[in-house]
Ligand binder design. Structure first.
Ligand SMILES: *[C@@H]1O[C@H](CO)[C@@H](O)[C@H](O)[C@H]1NC(C)=O
Ligand SMILES: *[C@@H]1O[C@H](CO)[C@@H](O)[C@H](O)[C@H]1NC(C)=O
Length: 268
């Protein structure tokens, strides 16, 4: 089990204390994002040995609310003072304007990433001013179907390969990925696998990516977005994977459509 855990890790930043697996900052198989693209992308910062270090991504879904992964905030879930949000930034840490949190709401059914329910809402102390470069991402209707032919992208400051951190000046990265439904993804995860014969990928997850194109450690909590009739909708939240960009191991995301009712209950 311990060996498995070394490889099966949330796409998290530096708070995972396992040597070769901290998910520092970038996306595999990617290009630099342009200024002004992905205006909902945020960086979740934590006060660690390095003050306000990037640990995860997140998305602005409302002027007062960030959507991220539960595993990003589970360590200090009741201590809002340990976290800050940096809104869309081209280069991580350049001209930071950190925004404090008022509240952290983890999905009540979350226990660990492998069971799903890997999502949390972060309320900002005051609403942000939306601008040309800082915008919210639209959440889908619960009934929205996302299909593999859609154009989907994932963005972040996570690792550029398994164990390889994004180097300075930490420019935001993007990669286009194809979606894969949970059942197909489950079959992939059972290929050449030492994992259980039982279900690995559950219906509240969605997968995306292929060999060499994936999210990685440090991208957790960020948005997987798809172009649906010329509108970007958030289909997933970066959650976990085995390795990054490895064959038969697509990135695993929280399936947002399963949770839009829970989200809207809290942000109303
Ligand atoms: C966090 O807060 C919740 C609700 O306010 C409380 O029930 C729980 O015991 C707290 N957990 C810790 C670790 O302080
Ligand atoms: C959590 O799981 C229980 C049992 O499956 C379910 O009844 C409940 O609705 C879930 N909670 C939320 C907020 O989805």
């Amino acid at each position: 089990m311990f060996c498995l855990l070394l490889l099966m890790l949330p796409h998290l930043g530096n708070s995972v204390p396992i040597v070769q697996d901290e998910r520092g900052a970038k996306i595999v198989g990617s290009n630099e994002a342009k200024e002004g693209e992905w205006p909902w992308q945020v960086s979740l910062r934590k006060n660690l040995e390095d003050p306000w270090k990037h640990i995860c991504g997140g998305s602005l879904i409302h002027p007062s609310w960030i959507l991220t992964a539960a595993h990003c905030v589970e360590g200090d879930k009741n201590d809002t003072s340990k976290y800050m949000i940096q809104l869309r930034q081209q280069n991580l840490y350049k001209d930071d304007h950190l925004v404090p949190l008022e509240k952290i709401i983890i999905h009540p059914n979350y226990t660990n990433v492998f069971e799903g329910f890997d999502l949390a809402l972060l309320k900002l102390q005051s609403p942000v001013q939306l601008t040309k470069t800082i915008q919210t991402i639209t959440l889908p209707e619960a009934s929205q179907i996302f299909t593999p032919d859609m154009e989907c992208w994932v963005t972040g400051w996570g690792d550029i390969a398994f164990g390889v951190h994004l180097p300075p000046p930490y420019t935001l990265r993007k990669v286009q990925v194809s979606l894969m439904d949970a059942l197909t993804c489950d079959r992939e995860y059972h290929q050449r696998s030492v994992l259980s014969a039982g279900r690995i990928i559950f219906d509240n997850m969605i997968c995306a990516g292929e060999t060499g194109k994936d999210s990685c450690q440090g991208d957790s909590g960020g948005a997987l977005v798809c172009d649906v009739q010329n509108t970007w909708l958030q289909a997933g939240i970066v959650s976990w994977g085995i390795d990054c960009g490895a064959p038969h191991r697509p990135g695993v995301y929280t399936r947002v459509t399963n949770f839009v009712d829970w989200i809207s209950q809290h942000i109303q």
